[in-house]
Design a binder for this molecule. Structure first.
Ligand code: PLP
Length: 376
């Protein structure tokens, strides 16, 4: 195994295919007709992936996913707006911080990291507070790996006539989200998660009629998605230096996504990866934080073994030597670590990952992989 280039079992960036990496081996000018055509195709394909071609437009932005989230909030929320964020993990908390930094009015409803957000609370809150203009929610909270009930959140938000912003960073392209079924104003994601491109581009799929009313909302020039959109509509170009190689790799990644069979097939591969991982780890004695019914097939939080021989740093380093990078936990509710099931990996790599964990706990002398307490 090539340990110089380990498999990334993390929340991102993720393992990409050789062909995606090879797509970057040339240069493009920003005004190049081939490059302009690539951008057009990328935007169309991304909009199609959420069934939104008739109603929404895709606006890509240079930077990581957080840049696109910040730009979306800034562009959609008028200075007089009020954002309500549903928080059950670090990415929800981050949206609260983003709105606060830009000086927009923001409130939150909060749940434990191992609990789904509850649409009934949202319903109550929206009834109680007519000043809330926008609701933001994370589809899969990558902090824990929990799936939020996005359909019900959307239904409640729409029934109160408010706008919905979905952070679908860790689900876009693998778990279905369809604008013809779910009413959203914006869905935000990036190149380097389930779409298996390289990092460097975030994007928002924005309701076109709404976006048209958003001129002058943004607090920032470079994060203004209205202006960015006008740029693409006017001459097909990015306003500022485009991430040319990232776009080229992304187009290749989107080709590979389509060839694999689109969202359903990508999601099925990840579901299999997830099953192999969880079955294998449970057989070794590890326990998952979340019950199966709320766990998304994206990333799994395992509770740390109580055994005194277990130390995360050592576990991490030894797994890296076996060719796999995992991720520390990011929870306040329990000591944990995370293993991702997304990226350019399949059954064989997941089986090898479980075997590597088996070897490492043996080397470390961890006799019992169970936690001191099980779940809640
Ligand atoms: C990865 C991720 C983000 C954005 O992260 P960046 O590091 O800025 O790309 C936002 N939300 C969720 C749910 C994520 O998984």
């Amino acid at each position: 195994m090539d340990t110089a280039s380990p498999y990334l079992l993390t929340p991102g960036p993720l393992t990409t295919s050789d062909t995606v990496k090879q797509a970057m081996l040339r240069d493009w000018g920003s005004r190049d007709a081939t490059f302009i055509a690539m951008n057009h195709e990328m935007r169309e394909r991304l909009t199609d992936l959420v069934g939104a071609s008739a109603t929404h437009v895709c606006v890509p932005l240079q930077g990581s996913g957080t840049f696109a989230i910040e730009a979306t909030i800034s562009t959609l929320l008028p200075p007089s707006g009020h954002l309500l964020v549903l928080v059950n993990g670090a990415y929800g908390t981050r949206m609260v911080k983003i709105a606060r930094v830009m000086g927009r009015k923001v409130s939150s409803l909060e749940w434990r990291e191992d609990e789904q957000v509850d649409p009934a609370w949202l319903d109550q809150r929206l009834s109680d507070d007519a000043s809330i203009t926008h609701v933001a929610v994370v589809h899969c909270e990558t902090t824990s790996g929990i799936l939020n009930p996005i359909d019900d959140v959307a239904r409640v938000t729409t029934s109160h006539g408010r706008a919905l912003i979905i952070d679908a960073m860790s689900t876009f392209g693998a778990l279905a989200l369809d604008a013809r079924r779910i009413d959203f104003t914006a869905v935000v994601a990036s190149s380097n998660k389930c779409l298996e491109g390289v990092p460097g581009v975030g994007f928002a799929i924005l309701h076109r009629d709404t976006l048209e009313t958003c001129t002058g909302n943004a607090h920032s020039l470079s994060l203004d998605l209205f202006d960015q959109w006008r740029g693409f509509e006017t001459n097909g170009q990015w306003r500022f230096t485009p991430p040319t190689h990232v776009v080229a790799a992304f187009c290749q990644a989107l080709d590979e996504h389509a060839k694999e069979g689109g969202v359903a097939a990508r999601g099925a591969r990840y579901a299999t990866n997830h099953q192999i991982l969880v079955d294998g780890m449970e057989e070794l004695g590890f326990r998952c934080l979340l019950p199966r019914e709320v766990q998304a097939p994206i990333i799994v939080t395992f509770l740390e073994p109580a055994d005194a021989h277990y130390k995360f740093e050592k576990f991490y380093e030894r797994l890296r030597d076996h060719g796999f990078l995992i991720y520390p936990g990011k929870l306040t509710v329990a000591d944990s670590f995370r293993i991702g099931c997304i990226g350019h990996l399949g059954e064989e790599q997941m089986r090898d990952a479980v075997e590597a964990v088996r070897a490492v706990v043996q080397e470390m002398g961890v006799a019992n992989c169970g936690p001191s307490r099980i779940g809640r």
